[in-house]
Design a protein around this ligand. Structure first.
Ligand code: UDP
Length: 474
């Protein structure tokens, strides 16, 4: 059965002091217009998991602010069988062009996909009224389109993933999704390059965003970040037990209570050791293996560079729609075991507890802030919110020039891009150059924050969503 995640309203007025007067007035006017337009109707968002990954990160924040303006925005999460999520994972990889994934999608896969979505649609139709706006997210939900639009809902589909240069796998995925997609009045992509020909004339680009007020992005003093990392066992220090360590969304101060499951050989870094950090789901497309190998290469070439690497991701049993995570983590662990003792002592794999999303966010916040360099060496990347989060925290970032990562970083301006995602040598060189030149790293980081402020925060995103709703009504 699909379930609803209840999101409490958050006031839009928080952004009054983040915007100039003109920007704030425009946002407030648009909010009032949208509220009037949506009176008596609901703005549904349907996705496939309540935690783990960028969509689960973004949706509750946007919904909270939409609710804060008086729009009845709500979030439904569909449920499915392991087989269904196996198929949708294939679809996910196929849309990124991974070899072999599109070709494995035949009639029996289609039957399973349709059956799970039919069951979900039955429950969802009890809630959705004619005239409601439904925004479906990612390939897992496309097949809900026909049932919802026949029931009179205004359906749009938003795809958070894609590939800059479509290949045969991508085309097969689009064929698989075509029947569901036909029912969407509008489609939304993170980059124009991702839209398939069948969406021509009904697609628009909306870039993702972060919420600068979320626990994950809220200001955090360096000693607080250290205290959190010490409590979780990521840093070898005595935790400062006196300080309450983060402010929860409801304003109450929270304290990280859980240890992180860390795979490491030595005692772990102390606060003085510069950290290189990548935070990602355990997915081959995030290339954790490439990060490990690139970092190992840097250590071999420049053993005097004093740094350690943390590859962090969710505890593997915790993300419902990501059945391959455990196998990917195991592959990275196997690769780690093959490294020299020296490398193993400098590389740590960390599985973060996910049970309490705010505690998890505080740990990610602390890790990103404590890092000297944050990487996102993805082989394919829809957008890459982990990069946005790090840039907001003024980190020096190294990312591969794929997908939405290219839309965030101007190399040498606000971070460094690696032209070939698979180029571990260039990656090692970029990371090393930042570790060896902290002044340059700091300058890149300062500009990175301004990039995020200008383009990737909630007011811009809410504006885009309001315009989407307007177009759906047209
Ligand atoms: N994330 C997290 N804990 C983890 C790994 C990832 O909270 O252990 C979050 C991360 O901070 C970011 C999101 O999950 O907000 C990942 O979004 P992104 O767009 O980078 O990639 P996706 O997972 O959607 O492919």
């Amino acid at each position: 059965k699909p379930f609803e995640v209840h999101v409490p309203a958050e006031p839009l007025t928080r952004f009054e002091h983040e915007l100039d007067e003109q920007g704030w007035n425009a946002l407030r006017t648009l909010a009032q217009e949208t509220q009037a337009r949506m009176a008596g109707r609901t703005f549904w968002n349907i996705s496939s998991t309540a935690r783990g990954g960028g969509v689960a990160e973004m949706l509750p924040r946007l919904i909270a602010y939409a609710r804060g303006t008086g729009v009845d925005a709500r979030w439904l999460v569909l449920t499915g069988t392991p087989e269904f999520f196996h198929i949708t994972k294939r679809l996910h990889h196929a849309l990124h062009g991974s070899p072999g994934d599109g070709s494995g999608l035949g009639t029996s896969e289609h039957d399973c996909y349709d059956e799970v979505l039919r069951d979900n649609a039955e429950e969802i139709l009890v809630l959705v009224k004619p005239g409601d706006v439904v925004l479906l997210h990612d390939p897992q939900t496309v097949g809900l389109g026909p049932a919802l639009s026949s029931a009179g809902a205004h359906v749009a589909w938003r795809c958070h993933i894609g590939r800059d240069t479509p290949n045969a796998e991508v085309e097969r995925a689009w064929e698989f999704l075509a029947p569901g997609l036909a029912a969407a009045r509008l489609t939304v992509f993170s980059r124009a390059e991702y839209a398939p020909p069948q969406c021509a004339g009904r697609s628009l680009v909306i870039q993702p965003s972060i919420d600068i007020f979320a626990v994950k992005n809220q200001p955090m003093a360096p000693e607080v970040a250290r205290a959190i990392l010490a409590t979780t066992g990521l840093l070898r220090e005595t935790p400062d037990t006196a300080a309450p360590v983060f402010t929860r969304a409801d304003g109450v101060t929270g304290r990280v209570s859980r240890g992180v499951d860390v795979i490491r050989l030595g005692a772990g870094p102390t606060a003085e050791v510069p950290l290189v950090v990548q935070v990602s789901r355990w997915d081959p497309l995030k290339d954790p293996a490439g990060v490990l190998l690139g970092f190992a290469r840097m250590l071999r070439k420049a053993p005097h560079v004093h740094a350690e690497l943390v590859l962090a991701g969710p505890a593997v049993t915790s993300v419902a729609d990501d059945p391959d995570a455990a196998a990917t983590l195991e592959d990275v662990h196997a690769l780690w075991r093959q490294q020299s003792r020296f490398v193993r002592q400098h590389v740590h794999l960390a599985c973060l507890p996910m049970a309490d999303s705010e505690e998890n966010a505080a740990i990610v916040n602390a890790l990103q802030r404590h890092a000297s360099v944050v990487t996102q060496k993805s082989l394919q990347e829809g957008f890459g919110l982990t990069l946005t989060e790090a840039m907001w925290k003024q980190r020096a970032v190294v990312a591969s020039a794929v997908g939405g990562l290219q839309d965030q970083v101007v190399t040498g301006e606000n971070g460094l891009l690696i032209r070939e995602a698979g180029d571990t040598e260039a990656f090692a060189g970029a990371v090393r150059s930042l570790l060896e030149d902290p002044a340059r790293a700091a300058a890149l980081g300062r500009r990175a924050r301004e990039t995020v402020r200008a383009h990737f925060t909630a007011p811009r995103h809410l504006t885009d969503l309001a315009r989407l709703i307007e177009r759906l009504d047209a």
